[in-house]
Design a protein around this ligand. Structure first.
Ligand code: KG4
Ligand code: ZN
Length: 343
């Protein structure tokens, strides 16, 4: 019997300090997540310097807890995987330095992981990939469509030209008086309202798989401004429903068209906004109509966590991807550079 492969994964790209142990790329032995959301709430968003400080405070105990929960130790670990980027540079560096220290001290390989590859691979922990597939990434920092013809083969076929969808959610939430992070609250409100404001659908050029959300965000802000000036009532739940309908229609429309164009039968949705109930519901309907298998991870694997980094890190480790002790964090990083060409 061959020995199990254990990856210790570390994620600290934004406001979650997380460590996880993943067995054979598919089993989560532990996934410790220390969220900073409560601390950032009072500022209305993530403050990079505050995030870095919390990562420093929490990283050691988070890693210890992940190893303990998995009932293992550094000696048993085969490799240390860590998020290289994209993300907040100061935050990334905390995880990277912890990973480097452990890899050096215990003489283990160090595997750099792209954060978005992690979000995509979260799916593989619950439902194995069926290639070729399309991944729709919807998070606070990213909105993109990635085509994968095989493991570790990433082709970005479309991305946002301005705001990420989660960012638009958070900004709209703020304009209707909701606290950070507003996305989940807008989602909740949207279920109670009606689409009365008729916001635009931004499709861009006919064959483009790119997205744009800044126009929609401005349309919402202008509309609210206008209503206020005319002393007319603003109905927050209707704003939420109207905004969410516009976002969901475009995301679903483009994702389905991408699946058809690239002839794929599995659509994976990843990132924090993948928890959105309206998006899940409409994707379910559209995928059933188009005979596409829809895979969305459970909410705890949709938001930032180290299990997803370990899931991707396992395949990267097996493919021989390594970094030396010069590994640095990168606030922007191209996922296509993490592709491994197969013969
Ligand atoms: O993937 P994630 O945890 O962090 C990034 O890598 O960005 O995504 C966080 C984003 C936030 O903008 C948050 O408001 C949004 O995901 N979000 C949601 C929902 N849950 C989280 N947006 C809309 N509906 C939700 N249910
Ligand atoms: Zn993320």
């Amino acid at each position: 019997m061959s020995k199990d492969t254990l990856i210790l994964a570390i994620e600290s790209s934004c406001d979650e300090t997380s460590a996880s142990v993943i067995k054979n790329g598919e089993e989560i032995l532990s996934n410790t997540v220390l969220s900073q959301i409560e601390s950032h709430k009072r500022f209305g968003g993530v403050v990079p310097e505050v995030a870095s400080r919390h990562h420093v405070e929490g990283i050691t105990t988070t890693i210890e807890e992940a190893l303990n929960t998995a009932d293992t130790s550094m000696e048993e670990i085969d490799a240390v995987a860590v998020t290289e980027g994209p993300g907040l540079i100061g935050a990334l560096l905390i995880g990277i330095n912890a990973a480097k220290a452990l890899a050096f001290a215990y003489d283990k390989p160090l595997v750099p992981v792209h954060h978005i590859a992690g979000h995509i691979y979260a799916n593989n922990l619950e439902e194995p990939f069926e290639f070729p597939l399309m991944a729709l990434i919807v998070s606070g920092g990213h909105t993109e469509l990635v085509y994968m013809k095989d493991h570790l083969s990433f082709e970005v076929i479309g991305e946002t030209r301005d705001d990420a969808v989660g960012e638009a959610y958070d900004k709209v939430a703020r304009t209707i008086g909701l606290s950070y992070p507003g996305g989940p609250q807008v989602d909740k409100l949207a279920a109670e309202g009606e689409d009365t404001y008729d916001f635009p659908r931004v499709w861009l050029e006919q064959d483009s798989f790119d997205f744009s959300f800044s126009g929609l965000k401005s349309a919402v802000i202008n509309k609210l401004h206008n209503l206020k000036q005319k002393n007319e009532a603003i109905i927050p739940e209707n704003v939420a429903t109207s905004f969410q309908n516009s976002v969901v229609e475009v995301l679903v429309g483009k994702a389905i068209k991408a699946c058809e164009t690239y002839n794929v039968h599995q659509l994976i949705v990843a990132g924090g906004v993948a928890s959105n109930k309206g998006l899940r519901q409409e994707l379910k309907k559209a995928c059933a109509e188009h005979d596409i298998k829809l895979s969305i991870p459970s909410p705890k694997l949709c938001t930032d966590n180290a299990a997803m980094i370990g899931a991707a890190g396992h395949y990267m480790y097996e493919a021989g991807m390594r970094s030396d002790m010069h590994l640095n964090g990168h606030s922007s990083l191209d996922i296509e550079d993490f592709s491994v060409e197969k013969e």
